[in-house]
Design a protein around this ligand. Structure first.
Ligand code: F6P
Length: 330
């Protein structure tokens, strides 16, 4: 390939990688349509980096992305590829692009996917653009990632329903939300549902405080409570917490693990809008020969940042927001 700094882009490929998120389809649609408008051929890679290694690449046209805007998931499908961590497979992957004269790649995904893109940039000088897509909203230097708003709204609507039965039966509930290392969903859902407590992934559990908070609520007439638990590295950990509250503090709780329901569903207006803007700007950036960037969303607009600054997790936290939740849950 010629020097990526001076190359005029004629063929772009796009893939979605890692945990899928609602709104990814909107970004793909915008990429396809804006590429075609710029007389650039556009290719979709199936199943993320796995499909790139296995040469599952198809040319897309305008109607390939018709009627997908409102659909959750990603029509290109996704994967977490262990093989792609090895350079020999990355070489195979990039050769599949060269074989079709594809000269740039757009990667929609989280920090792990950006690390893969960064490797392609540094090892093969491949022009790449990253688009932040994960329900976790935990990528450094962007205030927003595609799918977060939909996931939060899905979780809020579930917690509202749980509130109804919690109140009717005078019960405590532990509602577990997604977020392996990310607090973002837990905190936003906790604040928006008036949760009595929020347990973050990386903090030490203070069961005595949790129990005292609930008992204080009961003394002043509260008949039910909701605790939002971020799943952390052990999805389902709420069952163990419930057991400890029962054994140590005679507090019985019901558990509801929301799980992958948070990853699906039709994207909200915010996710559709931001994903569309990101998709358009990803192509514009390649047309303008500005490579190695990420379409960050800061101060309500796109800000192109170097991928090196974004290939990391950020726990956009939110300690102050957790304080806010506590302040209001007394
Ligand atoms: O994509 C992010 C995420 O949904 C996290 O919130 C969650 O911890 C993880 O992915 C679950 O991954 P998997 O779908 O591979 O179980």
């Amino acid at each position: 390939m010629s020097d990526s700094k001076t190359k005029k882009i004629k063929k772009i490929a796009v893939l979605t990688s890692g945990g899928d998120s609602p709104g990814m389809n909107c970004a793909i649609r915008a990429i396809v349509r804006n590429s075609l408008k710029n007389d650039i051929k556009i290719y979709g890679i199936k199943r993320g980096y796995s499909g790139l290694i296995e040469n599952e690449i198809l040319e897309l046209n305008s109607s390939s992305v018709g009627n997908i805007l409102q659909k959750g998931g990603t029509f290109l499908q996704s994967s977490r590829s262990a093989k792609f961590l090895e350079k020999k497979y990355r070489k195979e992957a990039v050769e599949n692009l060269y074989a079709r004269n594809i000269d740039a790649l757009i990667v929609i995904g989280g920090d792990g996917s950006f690390n893969g893109a960064l490797a392609l940039k540094s090892e093969f000088d491949l022009p790449i653009i990253g688009i932040p897509g994960t329900i976790d909203n935990d990528i450094l230097n962007t205030q927003y990632t595609i799918g977060f708003d939909t996931a939060v709204n899905t979780a809020i609507s579930a917690v509202d329903k749980i509130r109804d039965t919690a109140h009717s039966f005078e019960r405590n509930f532990l509602v577990e939300v997604m977020g392996r290392n990310s607090s973002a969903i837990a905190i936003k859902v906790g604040i928006c549902t008036g949760a009595e407590n929020i347990l973050l992934p990386n903090e030490d559990l203070n069961l005595e405080k949790i129990a005292n908070d609930i008992k204080r609520g009961i003394r002043r007439g509260k008949r039910s409570s909701i605790i939002i638990v971020a799943e952390g590295t052990t999805p389902g950990r709420s069952y163990e917490i419930a057991q400890k509250l029962e054994e140590g503090f005679e507090l019985s709780s019901k558990v509801c693990v929301l799980g992958h329901i948070q990853r699906g569903g039709s994207p909200t207006a915010s996710d559709r809008f931001i994903a569309t803007k990101m998709g358009v700007e990803a192509v514009n950036s390649l047309v303008n020969e500005e490579y190695g960037k990420v379409t960050c969303w800061n101060q309500s607009k796109i800000e192109m940042r170097d991928i090196e600054e974004c290939a990391q997790k950020a726990d956009i936290n939110l300690v102050t927001d957790k304080d806010l939740a506590e302040l209001l849950s007394i």
